[in-house]
Design a protein. Structure first.
Length: 250
């Protein structure tokens, strides 16, 4: 079974459609864990209503205080019962074959960590025509020069990667920090070059703040608990990341 964790914070305009994309999966061996992080809109009411009308494969965790996406995902990780663990953000969408194709690929490659290509979507999740294609494999050193692993595309085999390594640190860019920590243990991530996820990008999203993104990435490279690169080591990785980030948006 695959445990799917969705952190939720004020996602009322999107969450029903995101849940629908999970319920439409052709692979039916899943549980959906939604973790609300102190929403002040109608997110919780929408989720409760969906669960009450046939959501036996779904559960809702309500955190007492808003601790951010990392805390929400970590609560979901702890509650997960499946061998496989996947993340999906509250405003993104999966194609109906996302789980089936990714799990088949994971087994084919005898992998513990896989990720897929994805498409950018507008505020309505309509594909914009821009897609991110992924490499066949990614090691720790290779990952330091590109943020090609998108959270809503990953799946882990928790029989091979302990949950303690998948738990996310409560820092900025917690997802990238988690991938790097896992890869640093000698794990190789395998990329399935198939677009199975739509990444919704509102015009004022955090990721659109380029200066802030630059600072976050540099911090990850230098952080002793993440990449632990010296300035000399970090510079070529930073340059590579800047090039890849620019190309991805062209």
């Amino acid at each position: 079974m695959t445990s799917i964790v969705i952190p939720v914070y004020n996602a009322a305009p999107y969450i029903a459609r995101t849940i629908a994309s999970v319920r439409a999966q052709t692979d039916r061996e899943w549980e959906l864990i939604l973790v609300d992080d102190g929403s002040t809109d109608a997110s919780v009411e929408i989720i409760r209503d969906i669960i009450s009308t046939g959501g036996e494969m779904m559960s809702l965790i309500e955190l007492e205080k808003g601790g951010g996406a990392a805390a929400a995902r970590n609560a979901g990780i702890e509650a997960a019962r499946g061998r496989y663990l996947a993340f999906l953000d509250a405003d993104d969408l999966w194609s109906k074959d996302k789980l089936a194709h990714t799990l088949s690929f994971l087994r084919e490659k005898d992998a513990a960590f896989v990720f897929t290509s994805y498409a950018f979507g507008d505020e309505e999740a309509r594909p914009t025509g821009k897609e991110v294609r992924v490499p066949e494999t990614l090691t720790f050193r290779e990952a330091l020069s590109r943020t090609v692993i998108f959270t809503s595309t990953v799946i882990f085999d928790t029989n091979r990667i302990a949950k303690k390594w998948i738990r996310m640190p409560e820092i900025e860019s917690e997802d990238t920090a988690t991938w790097w920590r896992i890869l640093k243990q000698g794990v190789t991530a395998y990329g399935l070059d198939e677009v199975l996820t739509v990444y919704r990008r509102p015009k004022k999203s955090l990721s659109s703040n380029k200066l802030h993104a630059i600072r976050r990435f540099w911090h990850l490279l230098r952080d002793p608990s993440v990449a632990d690169c010296s300035v000399v080591e970090a510079l070529p990785h930073f340059a590579g990341w800047a090039i890849h980030a620019t190309m991805r948006r062209l």
